[in-house]
Design a protein around this ligand. Structure first.
Ligand SMILES: [Zn+2]
Ligand SMILES: [Zn+2]
Length: 427
C-alpha cells in the first residue's frame, strides 16, 4: 500500500481541487479523502505538490523496432516517466512500419518486458505508410492499437482517407493525421517567411498544413469518423478545427510544447530547431495559446522524436526533422501557460490527462477502483534541464540548459512508483 499524503488533488474528471490523501492498494486506487489512516502503508509526502491523474502522451516516437541507435522502448519510456507521463502512444513509422498485428504484438511484448510506463501503439493507416492500400487495421486493433496514423507524412490521398475513416468509424478508432501538403512542403526545412529568407533556408508555407486539415475535416463530415489533428501549428488549421467543432463533428487536435513556446524567429542555424511542422509565426503561436485557453485545443502532445547525434549533427538541409520532448513538456506548459496566467492548473491537467483520454475513448479519474496511474508535480520547484542527463538516448532538443520553475516529481503506473525526482530534503 502507498499513501500519498496531503497533496493538492486536481482531477478534471470530477472537478476536484483540494488537499487530500490518496491511498493505493496494489495496482488500483483504494480511496481518497482527508487524513486517511493506513498504518502499514508506505508514505509519499505530497505536501505543496499537485496530485493529478496519470499524464497521457498521444504522440511520440520510440524508434523501436529498427532505430535502436536513437531510442528504444526502454529508454524512451524512462524519459517519459521522468516527464510525468504514465502512458504514451507511439507512432508507427518504425522499421518495419507498424502496419500489421505481428509488429503491434512485438511492440506490446517489448513494452511488457522493459517499459517504465504504459505503451499504447498507434497502427499505420496504410501498408508501409505508403498511402496506397489500407493496412490490417482490424487485426492491429485486436492486437492492441489505440488509433491509426501515417505520421511522418499525411494520409496520401482524399480517397484513401475516406476509406480509412469509413473503416475506422465502424471500429471506433480515431484517425490521427499529420497534415501536410507534400507539393507545398517539398524541400522545405522551416516555416516560410522573413526568417527563412534571411537564413536562406527553403520555407514551408502555413497553408501546407491548413489545406490538409481542411480536406480532412470535410472527409470527417462525410464519413462521421473521429478525426484527430496531430501537432497543429497554424492559425488557419485551428480555424478549421473550430468550425468543425461548431458543427458538432468529432474533430479534435493536439498542440506540442515547442509550438506554443517558440516561433520561426527563434530558428537559428542549429538542427535542434528543425522539426515538422516547423516552428510557426508569432501570430500562429498567439492563436494556439488562445485555442489552448478556450478549449479549441484538446490536448498537449510531445511529438517526442529522438534522433541520434550522428544523424542530427549535419547541415540544416540534410538533418531529419524532430526534437525530443518528454522531459520538458510539463515544465514548458507551466512556464508558458500557467505562470503567465493564460490557463488554470485544472485546465493544464486536463490537457495532459482527460483531454487525451477522451480522444482515445477512455476515462482518467482519481477515485476508488480506478487504476493507480498518477502524476505528481510541483509548480514551484526550480531546476535546470540538461539534455546530457536525459534518460533518452538522444539529445536533440532546443531546451538544453533551460532553467524552469515547476517539474514532475513522481510518476506512478499501476501502483508502482516508476520514477521519483531526487531532491535534497524533499519528498
Ligand atoms: Zn508528424
Ligand atoms: Zn510525430
Amino acid at each position: 500500500m502507498i499513501l500519498i499524503r496531503d497533496g493538492r488533488v486536481i482531477d478534471p474528471a470530477t472537478g476536484t481541487d483540494k488537499v487530500q490523501d490518496v491511498l493505493l492498494d496494489g495496482a488500483g486506487i483504494e480511496r481518497t479523502g482527508p487524513s486517511i489512516n493506513a498504518p502499514d502503508a508506505e508514505i509519499l509526502d505530497a505536501r505543496d505538490l499537485i496530485v493529478a491523474p496519470g499524464f497521457i502522451d498521444l504522440h511520440c516516437h520510440l524508434r523501436e523496432p529498427g532505430q535502436d541507435i536513437s531510442e528504444t522502448i526502454e529508454t524512451g519510456t524512462r524519459a517519459a516517466a521522468r516527464g510525468g507521463f504514465t502512458a504514451v502512444c507511439c507512432m508507427p513509422n518504425t522499421h518495419p512500419v507498424n502496419d500489421n498485428a505481428s509488429v503491434t504484438r512485438s511492440i506490446i511484448e517489448r513494452a511488457a518486458a522493459g517499459a517504465s510506463v504504459r505503451v499504447w501503439p498507434i497502427g499505420a493507416v496504410s501498408v508501409g505508410s505508403k498511402g496506397e492500400a489500407l493496412a490490417e487495421i482490424a487485426a492491429m486493433q485486436e492486437a492492441g492499437i489505440v488509433a491509426v496514423s501515417d505520421d511522418g507524412r499525411p494520409v496520401a490521398t482524399a480517397k484513401l482517407m475516406r476509406q480509412a475513416m469509413d473503416y475506422c468509424r465502424s471500429l471506433g478508432l480515431p484517425v490521427i493525421d499529420h497534415c501536410e501538403d507534400p507539393s507545398l512542403a517539398a524541400g522545405g526545412v522551416m516555416r516560410e517567411g522573413p526568417r527563412s529568407i534571411r537564413l536562406g533556408l527553403k520555407g514551408i508555407p502555413a497553408e501546407s498544413e491548413s489545406i490538409c486539415v481542411g480536406r480532412d475535416v470535410e472527409i470527417a463530415a462525410l464519413t462521421g469518423a473521429r478525426l484527430h489533428i496531430a501537432h497543429l501549428s497554424a492559425r488557419a488549421s485551428l480555424a478549421h478545427v473550430r468550425a468543425a467543432k461548431k458543427q458538432g463533428l468529432p474533430v479534435t487536435c493536439e498542440v506540442t510544447p515547442h509550438h506554443f513556446t517558440l516561433i520561426d524567429e527563434d530558428v537559428v542555424y542549429d538542427t535542434r530547431y528543425k522539426m515538422n511542422p516547423p516552428l510557426a509565426s508569432r501570430e500562429d503561436r498567439e492563436a494556439l495559446l488562445a485555442g489552448i485557453a478556450d478549449r479549441a485545443v484538446d490536448a498537449i502532445a510531445t511529438d517526442h522524436a529522438p534522433d541520434h547525434p550522428a544523424s542530427k549533427g549535419v547541415e540544416f538541409d540534410r538533418a531529419p526533422f524532430g526534437i525530443t520532448g518528454f522531459e520538458t513538456a510539463l515544465a514548458l506548459a507551466l512556464t508558458e501557460l500557467v505562470h503567465t496566467k493564460r490557463i488554470s492548473l485544472m485546465r493544464l491537467v486536463e490537457l495532459f490527462t482527460t483531454g487525451p483520454a477522451r480522444i482515445l475513448g477512455i476515462e482518467r479519474k482519481i477515485a476508488g477502483g480506478e487504476p493507480a496511474d498518477l502524476t505528481i508535480f510541483s509548480v514551484n520547484h526550480k531546476w535546470t534541464f540538461r539534455a546530457n542527463e536525459s534518460a533518452s538516448k538522444s539529445r536533440n532538443t532546443p531546451f538544453d540548459n533551460r532553467e524552469f520553475v515547476g517539474a514532475p516529481m513522481a510518476t506512478i503506473v499501476g501502483g508502482n512508483i516508476v520514477w521519483r525526482r531526487e531532491v535534497a530534503a524533499a519528498m
